[in-house]
Write a protein that binds this ligand. Structure first.
Ligand code: C5P
Length: 221
């Protein structure tokens, strides 16, 4: 069974998707980590990221290993480095590159071919797994997402300015929704979950209910 979870930055997808996968005993696929790895590899190779052919060659040379709680790029542990703001700021031309997206989608399908997966990203229900049994589009208002992000940074003793976070987030939403290849949008058959005012535990229980309902439907068919 494949469960896809798509949605904008800051909707709390990553932590809830991981917990959902754990609760179901499914593999968790963080597809954002794959785009982050390719971006990091391009930065390390010091190529011009806006050169699509050079970036594609680097993407082809990336061996990405995703295990629980760890990400390896060509055998090097990059779990923390891919979360670096420089990587996030440089990701746009990589995520917009249609050939790189094709390569990532191929790898995502291969990873999920022989196991139950919760896969999280922007295009999982629309492009990577259009036939997934359960599709969720997880979102929240921009203000709520920015508030949560600020809180998360403050909890980690990092200074955060709400207006700056909101403006960066709006820019990312705009980049993710407007690209030609694999834009951020809900699949027509996705269940849209708006998490404003919900705790993470409430979101998790809600998603578990949706998945179990789908599993039950699958068995009845
Ligand atoms: O989910 P995360 O914030 O780690 O993703 C980093 C970036 O990778 C996103 O802003 C988005 O541009 C890109 N991405 C994508 N398609 C996916 C997952 C992530 O384009 N399936």
């Amino acid at each position: 069974m494949i469960v896809t979870i798509d949605g904008p930055a800051g909707a709390g997808k990553s932590s809830v998707s991981l917990k959902l996968a754990d609760a179901l005993g499914f593999f968790f696929l963080d597809t954002g980590a794959m785009y982050r790895c390719v971006t990091l590899a391009c930065l390390r190779a010091k190529i011009d990221l806006s050169d699509p052919s050079a970036a594609l060659e680097i993407a082809k040379s990336c061996e990405i290993e995703l295990a629980k709680g760890s990400v390896k790029l060509n055998r090097d542990d990059v779990t923390r480095e891919i979360r670096n703001p420089t990587v996030a700021k440089s990701i746009k031309p990589i995520a917009e590159n249609p050939r790189i997206r094709e390569l990532m989608v191929q790898q995502q399908r291969k990873i999920c071919a022989d196991r139950h997966c919760v896969t999280e990203g922007r295009d999982q229900g629309t492009v990577a797994f259009p036939d997934a049994q359960c599709k969720i589009f997880l979102t929240a208002s921009p203000q709520e997402r920015a508030r949560r992000r600020v809180q998360q940074l403050l909890d980690n003793n990092i200074d955060a300015d709400y207006d700056e976070i909101l403006s960066q987030q709006n820019q990312r939403d705009q980049n993710d929704s407007s690209r030609q290849a694999g834009p951020l949008r809900a699949a027509p058959d996705a269940i849209v979950v708006i998490t404003d005012g919900m705790t993470e535990q409430q979101v998790l229980e809600h998603l578990l209910g949706i998945v179990k309902d789908r599993l039950g439907q699958g068995r009845r068919q």
